[in-house]
Design a protein around this ligand. Structure first.
Ligand code: DLL
Length: 431
């Protein structure tokens, strides 16, 4: 079932014609209304008339996070303030946040993307959605909320926190859909078990999880613990919020709302455009955004784009599961490691729980990586010798897949802090 079959299943050549038309209109508006970007173009001797094909996009300068910060708070808005009806901002913790504005049309388009996303997951009007994404400046809560209302489903705006109560509400209100970060889904599953709820007693059937990297094994873990189908949703405040891309039931990449965005993959070091299918940094250009259009915005997210036909019938290209942001990548003695790779390996092993954190420190000039992971309750009671052999087993498995040496610390069940939003798994120790 589709929410908007016309656009979602459109022939890709036809879609590209629409993209070009919308892109040219966006560029005109940005050139005339957004002085800092006009100046970037002028530096390159470019005018909107020089851009006549989608390939010409490559001539345009990138927008980077720093450019957004330099024009904080409203310097890149392309509409007067009286047309802006909502403001959100990025969840970054360092430096000034990036501020994003929305016109009424922007909110409508965003809700449309989220309604499509829900429909991709099989969510319908009669469903009751438990929304634990945080409401506030973060786009997760309100983005999901407006999309659910557009779809016509019932939304329970729980937001984050008070996990015990969330478990009670989810069950009492007979929620059939859970929307939250994957790490919080696990926390809820754990709390449900502690409170004596069984997955088979719950009405939950699917989960819409995103806002942080997660692995395929984490999906299996969540699906087993909650008895649901878990699907991946992607978004970013600078682009819009959740719903920019969404996984369909094929579970093989996230369809990008290509009637609203153009995607490119670039080499993060040189900025060179890479062919679809190759791994690189994902770059977005908006096609319909009014208040805060973005041209070639570098997301910092590393992924690849699949162009092959999808069995679901949708023609929009797909984003592979995002391994992580280039700035979350750990470089341990010259080897690049994403936390999600470690997660994938850990969760394939027996005897441990899906709760872990990574401690990166320096011994002299060498980086060291300590993986702290909780053991299951049953294992925790075992003799020290069995625990030591489990720890060796984990170490060998990680070392052979990552190609670096690691230290393993087995933790008692329940000792690693649980997250209510985006999990913070990396602890950097400076000696
Ligand atoms: O996280 C928007 C969102 C809300 C997406 C709810 C999905 C669900 P920001 O706070 O601006 O926006 O963070 C954006 O989060 O650049 C990625 O690094 C990461 N991210 C978002 N979705 C995924 C995902 C929201 N499905 C940043 N997989 C992005 C991996 C994700 N990383």
């Amino acid at each position: 079932m589709y929410w908007n079959e016309y656009y979602e299943c459109m022939d890709h050549n036809e879609l590209e014609k629409i993209q070009l038309e919308r892109f040219k209109a966006t560029l005109e508006r940005v050139y005339h209304n957004v002085k800092p970007y006009r100046e970037l173009m002028q530096k390159e001797n470019l005018r909107p008339e020089d851009i006549n094909t989608l390939k010409d996009l490559e001539k345009l300068p990138f927008m980077k996070k720093q450019f957004l910060r330099d024009n904080y708070p409203y310097g890149l808005f392309a509409t007067p303030m009286e047309e802006v009806v909502r403001i959100h901002s990025s969840s970054g913790t360092s430096g000034k946040p990036t501020v994003v504005g929305y016109t009424r049309n922007d909110i409508n388009n965003w809700s449309e993307m989220v309604a499509r996303s829900f429909t991709m997951a099989g969510v319908q009007k009669h469903d009751i959605i438990h929304n634990s994404y945080g409401y506030g400046l973060f786009t997760g809560g309100m983005g999901i909320h407006y999309g659910a209302e557009k779809l016509g489903a019932s939304i329970v705006p729980v937001s984050g926190g008070n996990t015990k109560r969330q478990v009670m509400l989810m069950n009492d209100y007979q929620c059939s859909v859970l929307a939250c970060t994957p790490s919080y889904a696990l926390y809820l599953a754990e709390e449900m078990k502690n409170e004596g709820y069984k997955p088979e007693d719950s009405k939950l059937k699917c989960g819409i999880f995103g806002a942080e990297p997660w692995s395929e094994n984490m999906r299996s873990e969540i699906e087993a613990k909650l008895g649901i189908t878990a699907l991946d949703i992607y978004g970013m405040s600078e682009l819009m919020g959740p719903g920019v891309a969404m996984e369909c039931k094929q579970k093989n990449g996230l369809h990008v709302a290509e009637d609203h965005f153009i995607i490119e993959t670039i080499d993060p070091k040189t900025g060179e455009v890479l062919p679809y299918g190759e791994e690189g940094e994902i770059v977005f250009t908006s096609l319909t955004k009014e208040a805060f259009p973005i041209i070639r915005y570098r997301t910092g997210d590393i992924s690849r784009i699949y162009t092959e036909k999808c069995a679901c019938g949708r023609t929009h290209y797909r984003l592979a599961r995002i391994e992580g942001r280039s700035d979350d990548m750990l470089i341990i003695r010259g080897v690049n490691v994403y936390p999600s790779q470690i997660e994938h390996e850990l969760l394939s092993l027996d005897g441990i729980e899906p709760h872990y954190q990574l401690v990166v420190s320096k011994q002299g000039v060498l980086d060291t990586l300590e993986v702290q992971v909780e053991v299951s309750r049953k294992i925790a009671a075992y003799a020290a010798s069995s625990l030591s052999s489990l720890s060796n087993h984990i170490r060998k498995k990680l070392e052979s897949s990552l190609g670096i040496s690691v230290f393993i610390t087995l933790m008692e069940p329940g000792t690693i802090a649980r997250s209510e939003g985006k999990a913070n798994r990396i602890i950097k120790k400076v000696s």
